[in-house]
Write a protein that binds this ligand. Structure first.
Ligand SMILES: [Zn+2]
Length: 197
C-alpha cells in the first residue's frame, strides 16, 4: 500500500506554476528535494538534507500537482476505491445538506434501508461529475432542493472532498516532523489542508 502526506490548497488558485516554482526553489535551497525533476516534470527525488524533516534515514519522492483534480478520489483511486461518501454536500444557495439522510451502511452495501431517491440520484451525478472534473471539464450540479445549478467545486463538502489545482504529495516518506509541516503551511498561505495516509 502506498503512503503519502499531502499538502493541498482547498480551492482552485491562480498562478499555480509560479507558486510551484517558489516552493521548489525553497525546498531545493534547503536540500530537501533536488531542483531538477526526474522522469517528467512533476516528481522530485529527495535532496541531501532530507533528514532535516524526518526522523528516519529513508525518503520517497515529492510530486507536484498543478492541474484540476478532485484530490481525495484521485489519491484513493490508487488505493482501489471508486467513490466514497463525502461527510456532507451543502448547496451554497439554499444551505441544505443534499445527502443528509443517506445511510452510509446502505450506501456501501452493508445494509438495505430505504434511501431518498433524490439524494441517491444526486450522489450518482456527483460521482460522474468528479470523473468529468478530473478530466478537465467544467461541471455544474443541480440542487435537488432549490433546483438551482452550482459548479461542482462550489458546494460545501467540509473538506471531505477537495477540488483543487494545487497540491504537493510526499510519496512514501516517513512521517514529516511538525516543524517542517508548520513552516511549509506558512509558506503555502491560507486554505491549506495537510493529510497523511
Ligand atoms: Zn439548493
Amino acid at each position: 500500500m502506498e503512503r503519502y502526506t499531502v499538502f493541498t490548497k482547498t480551492k482552485v488558485i491562480n498562478n499555480t506554476l509560479a507558486v510551484k516554482e517558489n516552493i521548489i526553489r525553497w525546498l531545493s535551497d534547503n536540500q530537501i528535494i533536488l531542483l531538477k525533476p526526474n522522469e517528467g516534470e512533476s516528481l522530485h527525488y529527495a535532496g541531501s538534507r532530507y533528514t532535516d524533516i524526518v526522523e528516519e534515514d529513508w525518503s520517497g519522492e515529492v510530486e507536484f500537482i498543478t492541474q484540476k483534480r478532485e484530490l481525495r478520489h484521485v489519491l484513493n483511486w490508487d488505493l482501489g476505491v471508486d467513490f466514497f461518501l463525502p461527510d456532507r454536500v451543502v448547496c451554497p444557495k439554499c444551505q441544505k445538506d443534499l445527502i443528509k439522510d443517506i445511510d452510509p451502511a446502505t450506501f456501501y452495501g452493508e445494509d438495505n434501508k430505504q434511501q431518498d431517491p433524490n439524494e441517491i440520484k444526486f450522489i450518482s451525478e456527483l460521482a460522474k461529475g468528479i470523473s468529468a472534473w478530473n478530466s478537465g471539464k467544467e461541471v455544474s450540479l443541480n440542487c435537488h432542493n432549490c433546483k438551482r445549478k452550482t459548479l461542482i467545486e462550489n458546494y460545501d463538502y467540509d473538506n471531505s472532498l477537495i477540488f483543487t489545482n494545487f497540491a504537493i504529495i510526499f510519496w512514501n516518506w516517513p512521517e514529516l516532523n511538525d516543524k517542517f509541516k508548520n513552516e511549509f503551511k506558512q509558506k503555502l498561505g491560507e486554505d491549506i489542508l495537510i493529510e497523511t495516509l
